[in-house]
Ligand binder design. Structure first.
Ligand code: FPP
Length: 243
């Protein structure tokens, strides 16, 4: 399947996606917002398949932010139900395909039964490694950093022990590579509290289409764009090119 992409292309190892625009997608069709979320969930299947086919190893999806609790209650409940439905309906197939599911974020605001389902899904798939799917649900980058600080203090570490490497180990994404690229759909050029530590050197790609319309072809365009970037990590071009 990778033959769809030129063999010369560098495939990002870790992609983060801000799946934005479900509401606008629905509004433009005269549909209620939840139809946009429903279609966005369908689209996730296509994008997951494409990620697997293209050899992407880590995918982090921003499904529900700490700020999303402020949305109307019916929408919040709908999004929580989507998480449950995805686990109920898709877990078996994801597991068969070798997908490892991880939860990035807090689960304390979720119903107990769903907390258990999430834990069980994480446990069931923990030895899979074809694709690591981090589901950011009740996730915020600032909350993640505060939690890391609290845990470092609880562990009694001394100031001189706290390095960037150690700090990374206290984040939800411990032991995972930082994202190489953050994709945001829906046209807005913001990071919206997503992986704010981990995305320090990520390439940002903004797609103008809404999330339900961001399919395999759009992902290919994002990967092509990634290949046209020069990632300098604070150095100058000459250092990278060895001249
Ligand atoms: C942003 O669009 C999207 C969300 C807040 C939810 C994203 C969730 C999914 C795509 C479903 C998959 C979920 C799981 C749990 C696997 P928006 O509502 O902010 O759109 P708008 O900016 O057009 O209003």
């Amino acid at each position: 399947m990778t033959s769809e992409l030129s063999p010369d292309l560098v495939i990002p190892e870790h992609i983060g996606i801000i799946m934005d625009g479900n509401g606008r997608w629905a509004r433009e069709r005269g549909l209620p917002r939840h139809e946009g979320h429903r279609q966005g969930t369908e689209n996730l299947r296509e994008v997951l398949q494409a990620c697997g086919d293209f050899g992407i190893k880590y995918l982090t999806i921003y499904a529900f932010s700490t700020e999303n609790w402020g949305r109307p209650k019916a929408e919040v409940n709908f999004l929580i139900r989507i998480l449950e439905t995805v686990i109920d309906r898709e877990l078996r197939e994801l597991h068969q395909k070798g997908v490892r599911l991880r939860h990035v974020g807090s689960s304390s605001g979720l119903p107990r039964q769903l907390q258990r389902k999430v834990q069980e899904a994480v446990e069931l798939t923990k030895n899979n490694d074809s694709l690591i799917l981090n589901v950011a649900f009740d996730y915020g980058g600032r909350a993640e950093i505060v939690r890391a600080c609290q845990r470092i203090i609880e562990d009694g570490l001394e100031p001189e022990d706290v390095t960037e490497e150690l700090f990374s180990q206290y984040l939800y994404t411990a032991n995972q590579p930082d994202p190489d690229m953050i994709i945001r759909t829906g046209g807005d050029m913001r990071i919206s509290n997503f992986l704010i530590w981990q995305a320090a050197y990520a390439e940002i790609y903004v797609a103008n289409c809404y999330w339900p319309d961001f399919g395999r072809e759009e992902l290919k365009k994002a990967i092509a764009s990634f290949n046209n970037r020069e990632r300098r990590f604070g150095l100058v071009s000459e250092q990278l090119n060895g001249s």
